[in-house]
Write a new protein. Structure first.
Length: 382
């Protein structure tokens, strides 16, 4: 499967085209819109999220609530566009346009993108670098999650830490339904309160905050990905997808960096035969061995840096005058860590759905389901 996204933060809409979905996948707005709403939420978001009410429109490939096998086009409108029609107009003229941005923001794509694409109005960079694009990836990820769900695979994301404040409540699947009730998608109510205070302080100080997210998937069949070639290893593909999300600076799978500090006996997951099934008591590998799923839960963590647009700006240089300047202040969020969890869950879901289609194939959902059933039965008796 493959997908493309297009669209600027303040353009008319975000668009995604997915190619390679099987036919017969039940798919409606109700499968996508709740994920878009979750991505818009989380304490610490800015005023833009009051303007937007993200919802998907199917422009192709879905009819009568099912995929046809044709490319699926998803569109998410930018309501804010109405306030930006002149600034964003594709027609020539009007330069310099209002809201031209020349004071490159440290940590943003502004300066490198301006030099690379030879723009002096850095809006031509930031409009596409903006994390608004992640709405399209969540729409795509929701389709991937739907496909995975039809195969008995589910995913979840939660916030492990925000700034220097960490959750003390370890993840359990029984706690997963409560995550959406937390304003920060965090399992620890006490830590959540301190995180909220910390966000309020950062906002008052004109600063921003990052955090660490954890994503988990269960129900994965054994053998997605492969050990035989570097670009087929699923850990590499997952890490690549995670690192492609705006503001992500680190990724780990299973014990991750902690594995480097332990002896092998305290890292690897002993295998037992119990009731004629392969079984393990630990999951340090995070569900991946040799670049393949091993049937255990997939556990991925990612570090998000603080958003680069600071209301109390850092020093920078104006790319037109070459004078020292305060970095541009663009309306922004104090933190988008909870939203990032939804985005990361979406991009991982895509990689998993893609790996499922690669291993099992099938033009229709029933064919795919049958093949996955057969593979699961084989793994159980192997
Ligand atoms: C963003 C800046 C803000 C965020 C935006 C990402 O938008 P604006 O400049 O319109 O206030 O709200 O995020 C979204 C629009 C979104 O949907 O997540 C940026 O510069 O990256």
């Amino acid at each position: 499967m493959r997908f493309l996204t297009a669209g600027e933060s303040h353009g008319p809409q975000l668009t995604a085209i997915i190619e390679g979905l099987p036919s017969g996948l039940p798919l409606t707005k109700a499968d996508i819109d709740p994920w878009l709403a979750l991505r818009q939420g989380g304490y610490g978001r800015g005023r833009r999220m009051v303007i937007e009410r993200d919802e998907v429109q199917f422009l192709s490939g879905v009819r009568a609530g099912r995929t046809s096998g044709a490319p699926v086009t998803l569109a998410v409108e930018n309501r804010d566009w109405r306030n930006w029609t002149e600034i964003m107009s594709p027609e020539p003229g009007g330069e310099p346009r209002k809201k031209a941005l020349t004071a490159a923001r440290p940590g943003h794509a502004d300066l490198a993108g301006g030099i690379k694409y030879r723009h002096k109005d850095l809006r031509d960079v930031l409009e596409r670098a903006s994390a608004r694009e992640t709405a399209a990836r969540v729409a795509v990820g929701a389709v991937a999650l739907k496909l995975l769900g039809e195969l008995g695979i589910e995913g979840v994301s939660h916030v492990l830490s925000l700034g220097e404040i960490a959750s003390e409540v370890p993840f359990e699947w029984s706690l997963a339904p409560g995550i959406a009730d937390s304003p920060l998608r965090c399992l620890d109510p006490q830590a959540t309160e301190r995180m909220i205070e910390r966000i309020d302080r950062a906002k008052a100080e004109g600063d921003t905050l990052g955090g660490v997210l954890e994503m988990r998937f269960r129900g994965l069949p054994v053998g997605l990905g492969s050990h035989v070639h570097w670009d087929r290893k699923l850990d590499g593909r997952i890490a690549g997808a995670v690192m492609s999300v705006q503001a992500i600076k680190g990724v780990e799978i299973g014990l991750g960096f902690d594995a480097a500090r332990r002896p092998g006996s305290a890292v690897h997951d002993a295998v037992f035969m119990r009731e004629q099934r392969y079984s393990r008591d630990t999951n340090g590998a995070g569900g991946l061995e040799g670049g393949m799923t091993n049937g255990e839960d997939l556990v991925v963590r990612a570090a998000m840096k603080p958003i680069a647009t600071l209301m109390k700006p850092l020093p920078t240089v104006d790319v037109v005058t070459h004078e020292a300047a305060d970095a541009a202040r663009e309306r922004s969020d104090t933190t988008a860590v909870p939203a990032a969890g939804i985005v990361l869950q979406s991009v991982i879901a895509w990689v998993l759905a893609d790996a499922v289609m690669e291993k099992f194939g099938g033009d229709t959902l029933p064919e795919l389901q049958e093949r996955v059933r057969t593979a699961r039965a084989f793994a159980e008796t192997y």
